[in-house]
Write a protein that binds this ligand. Structure first.
Ligand code: ADP
Ligand code: MG
Length: 633
């Protein structure tokens, strides 16, 4: 039988073979796929030479028949089976979905996924009605990803090793998981999910430059995101995020459309030609980024066509308010990160809508420096993802063989006896990482253990954030302190935490998955950290007291059970002495005096020393001595 081969650490498994990997920007409006060929990142176009794939899927009773430009073209004839902007619903339940829909302009009927009337909820997740039945956002996104996968495979001429898929920095665990599921459904191996702003920073090679703080300004079709990233030692840390989920390039189309409507009597227009007018306004808006003037055709019901001219100055005047509106979240994100404009080393422009000159001017005026615009803002996220995918697939030479690191924002641990925290993974540990620690039982014959996973910098569990609770059953009955339960914390590259508890002798185990930052804003993280620093003095005292209390409880309990079982082994004096010290300890336990408690524990331990020695059960002796192991129940 042939032996299995193992390559050297750091060596790729097939050194001479380029492993095909891609980066995918799964956008709300448009999606793209990119790869690195001969060390140069490039976006892959379709057969017609188009880079962008509109994130639109059209359904018939047989299933999804059109994706992208062709689906978009069907939108006006068959709006209810043409799903756009489905990214807004990824990993969302109905309540969130209603909030999303309420924040939307149900202006273009093709934005059907924005309309909650077509959505229902199954097993807590949103489903959207189509001619092919109800479809989940994951299934719809998978159709888009499948097209991109096929595009990449036919262009590269082989199967993909995997893909890096980008997600907004604010995506929570459910939204990230949904994105992963969609990729898997599309037959893609997800090498990693990457934050969109981080991808943009990588595309500009900021990870190779000096350390510093960067702002990523992303104005897409329907959303605006601002992210403040700190780069140090190859680690990108998200300092703050903000934005407006109902503000994007579409609003500029709409503003222009309304202006056109105000200029002309449009009573003669059919719903179809109104929709066509909106599309013309979008075209005109895009042209005005590079031209001074554009013309908008208006098809009238009497068959005649009129044309209205709009110049750049007019367009900028009617949309200036929208540009100004993006600055509010920018200021807030800066405040949240505790920064001033002088702290920002560079500003990266992302999203098709940042091509508009007045957007660039506003950003330049705010940050007092010209933003980075050399890389096509439509493509910058996909390019960064491709560079990262290339590195993860092992195609880079050793000296550049860095992996992008993220860090755990807050410490992770478990609650132990007395409501104390045992930290397993410290904050700022780079991910992926795994740490394990052994724990034991608190009571004789204990067969189950309840594990409380917490996050935060404080010493007591009640001051930390509860992430999950789970139970381990099937621990064989043993004296207290004899069982060995190994608890392992593992944080993967996507920031997902898995906690496993394993009983060492029987191998019984239980586990739970959690996203440590789930539902926590960066602001909250900062607050938790500050709380932790501010309270460290009082926390230390509280911890010392709690530790004594745990020791006291353990000793009281062990003494009682020993007395119950074996008091006949003791002389009357000995029994009396133990009782007296025991009662004293019980009394002191009621106070908050850590020193007195320590003393009382010591005297009872001394008083029971001989008793322990004469007891046969070595394990019980163990418990009586009040050994300081980390227990949890
Ligand atoms: P998303 O990230 O939401 O998928 P994109 O980054 O692809 O979106 O941005 C799409 C938006 O960019 C659309 O509103 C589109 O009209 C706008 N856009 C694209 N090119 C230009 C341009 N040349 N001038 C102005 N806006 C543009
Ligand atoms: Mg985008």
């Amino acid at each position: 039988m042939a032996l299995l081969q193992i390559s050297e650490p750091g060596e790729s498994t097939a050194p001479h073979q380029h492993r095909l990997a891609v980066g995918i920007d799964l956008g709300t409006t448009n999606s793209l796929v990119a790869t690195v060929r001969n060390s140069i990142p490039c976006v892959l176009a379709d057969a017609a030479g188009r880079n962008l794939l509109p994130s639109v899927v059209h359904y018939t009773s047989k299933g999804a028949d059109l994706v992208g430009h062709e689906a978009l073209a069907r939108a006006s004839q068959d709006p209810y089976n043409t799903i756009a902007s489905v990214k807004r619903f990824m990993g969302r339940g109905l309540v969130d979905a209603q909030a999303v829909a309420a924040g939307q302009y149900l202006f273009a009927t093709m934005n059907q996924a924005s309309s909650i009337e077509n959505a229902s909820v199954q097993e807590g997740a949103v489903k959207i009605k189509t001619a092919a039945g109800e479809k989940s956002p994951v299934e719809i996104s998978a159709e888009i990803l499948r097209i991109l996968r096929q595009r990449a495979e036919s262009f590269l001429g082989g199967d993909l090793v995997g893909a890096v898929v980008t997600v907004p920095a604010y995506f929570d665990e459910a939204q990230r998981q949904a994105t992963k599921d969609a990729a898997r459904l599309a037959g893609l191996n997800v090498l990693r999910l990457l934050n969109e702003p981080t991808a943009a920073a990588i595309a500009y090679g900021l990870d190779n430059k000096a350390e510093g703080i960067y702002a990523i300004y992303d104005l897409g079709g329907g959303t605006f995101d601002i992210s403040i990233l700190k780069l140090s030692k190859g680690i990108f840390e998200v300092l703050s995020t903000g934005g407006d989920s109902a503000l994007g390039g579409d609003d500029f189309d709409k503003a222009l459309y309304e202006w056109v409507c105000a200029q002309t009597a449009l009573d003669h227009l059919t719903p179809q030609s109104l929709r066509a007018l909106l599309i013309s306004c979008k075209d005109a808006k895009e042209k005005l980024s590079s031209q001074q003037q554009a013309f908008i055709p208006i098809a009238k019901t009497d068959g005649t066509t009129a044309e209205i001219a709009v110049d750049r100055q007019t367009f900028q005047t009617i949309t200036q308010l929208l540009v100004t509106k993006t600055m509010k979240p920018v200021r807030k994100a800066m405040r949240d990160a505790g920064l001033t404009v002088a702290d920002i080393k560079g500003v990266v422009m992302v999203g098709g809508a940042t091509r508009m000159p007045h957007v660039r001017e506003a950003v330049e005026a705010f940050f007092k420096q010209p933003p980075l615009t050399d890389i096509d803002p439509d493509q910058v996220v996909a390019i960064g993802a491709a560079i990262q995918a290339n590195a993860l697939a092992g195609n880079k030479s050793h000296e550049h063989d860095w992996l992008l690191l993220d860090v755990v924002a807050l410490s992770l641990g478990v609650e132990t006896m007395g409501g104390l925290i045992e930290r397993i993974i410290n904050r700022n540990s780079s991910i992926p990482c795994a740490m394990a620690q052994d724990f034991t039982t608190f009571q004789d014959g204990q067969t189950a253990m309840s594990i409380h996973v917490v996050q935060g910098e404080r010493e007591l569990a009640k001051d930390c954030r509860s992430l999950a609770r789970f139970e381990l059953h099937g621990i064989p009955p043993m004296p207290a302190g004899a069982a060995r339960i190994r608890i392992t914390f593992q944080v993967d590259a996507d920031g997902l935490l898995t906690v496993t508890a394993l009983e060492q002798t029987t191998g019984v185990q239980a586990q739970v998955n959690v996203k440590p930052s789930y539902g926590l804003s960066d602001q909250e993280i900062t607050r938790i950290l500050q709380d932790g620093f501010a309270s460290s003095q009082t926390d230390m005292a509280a911890r010392a007291l709690a530790e004594q209390q745990v020791d006291a409880d353990r000793l009281i309990q062990a003494t009682r059970s020993a007395l119950q079982a074996d008091s006949n082994l003791l002389s009357k004096e000995e029994l009396n002495s133990i009782h007296t010290h025991l009662q004293h300890l019980i009394a002191v336990r009621q106070t908050a005096d850590a020193l007195a408690l320590k003393q009382a524990i010591k005297t009872l331990a001394q008083a029971t020393e001989n008793f322990a020695a004469i007891r046969m059960n070595a394990a019980v002796r163990h418990a009586l001595a009040g050994r300081n192991v980390n227990e949890i129940i």
